[in-house]
Design a protein around this ligand. Structure first.
Ligand code: ATP
Length: 273
């Protein structure tokens, strides 16, 4: 119908254990997102109001989206996701309408989490004190003011938390960071060696690994790989094993397959991150 049009609700099935490393980030999200929904009464009793929004920033492929889904799953909340770039590219007025419908649906389906990917696309820094000089609000400005109005309106609604992700935190309009909006800003860093080891273990959970595979060594050799890169590496090693086992009878992913995958892939990150 007219309210649900274009709005997608999801019930994610990602658990915190599906995310390697990032212990601190996970803990903070648990407290900021999972607790207010699961323990709403205790928040009330203590007289504290939960955070309305959390901004996640960090390089692409390092699990911002997955974290938001895990938070929704742990809180047993409905998950609504919107892409800033997609909203921005809609016909005049359609992006704002979709934004409003999403908040409306989230209220109806509460507890809910609304997740904005690439939020910088709808909330870019405004240039001057009064925006552009032409007097006509640009697409970005109209989307931003709709988002701010909707977020401010959340004061009255309980059980709705807005999460947003960006790779470019410096490009975001400061209005989004005022109290009552994105009160918490979390950096989601690329994985260190321990994080990479964790991620490799997660993505090889269902693979029959040969005895000679040493995931710690693989972790050491994958500096500058993101979580998404590591997932790709495991898939590539699995494919190398598959090509071989179609010819022979051995059904294991061995060290040589990881070596072959490592030779064929490049990390997404550069030293400057
Ligand atoms: P983008 O900014 O490109 O949207 P993102 O930071 O939101 O990226 P995700 O989409 O969450 O990243 O991650 C991409 C994929 O990489 C996920 O499907 C997930 O399987 C894998 N991945 C990334 N980080 C991790 C991690 N820490 N543990 C396990 N898997 C990970």
């Amino acid at each position: 119908n007219s309210v649900t049009r274009g709005v997608t609700k999801e019930i994610p099935t990602v658990s915190w254990d599906d995310i390697g490393g990032l212990k601190d980030v996970k803990k903070k999200l648990q407290q900021a997102v999972e607790w207010p929904i699961k323990h709403a009464a205790s928040f009330d009793r203590l007289g504290i109001s939960p955070i309305r929004g959390v901004l996640l920033h960090g390089p692409p492929g390092c699990s911002k989206t997955t974290l938001a889904k895990a938070a929704a799953c742990a809180a047993q909340a409905s998950f609504f996701s919107l892409s800033g770039a997609e909203l921005y590219s809609k016909y005049v007025g359609e992006g704002e309408a979709l934004l409003r419908r999403t908040f409306q649906m989230a209220r109806l389906a509460s507890p809910s989490i609304i997740f904005f990917d690439e939020v910088d696309a709808i909330a870019p820094k405004r240039t001057g004190p009064s925006g552009n000089s032409s007097g006509n609000a640009t697409v970005g400005e109209r989307l931003l003011s709709t988002l701010l109005t909707e977020m401010d309106g959340l004061e009255l609604a309980t059980g709705i938390i807005v999460l947003a992700a960006t790779n470019r935190p410096n490009a975001i309009d400061a209005a989004l960071l005022r109290p009552g909006r994105f009160d918490m800003v979390l950096y989601v860093p690329p994985p260190d060696v321990e994080g990479r080891y964790d991620i490799l273990r997660i993505h090889t959970r269902k693979m029959p690994l040969g005895e000679d595979v040493d995931l710690w060594k693989v972790a050491e050799r994958t500096e500058l790989f993101t979580g998404a890169d590591l997932e790709g590496l495991c898939r590539e090693a699995g494919m190398a094993a598959l090509r071989e086992c179609l010819r022979s009878e051995s059904f294991a992913c061995d060290d040589i397959h990881f070596q072959a995958a490592l030779r064929s892939l490049r990390p997404s990150l550069t030293q400057s991150v």
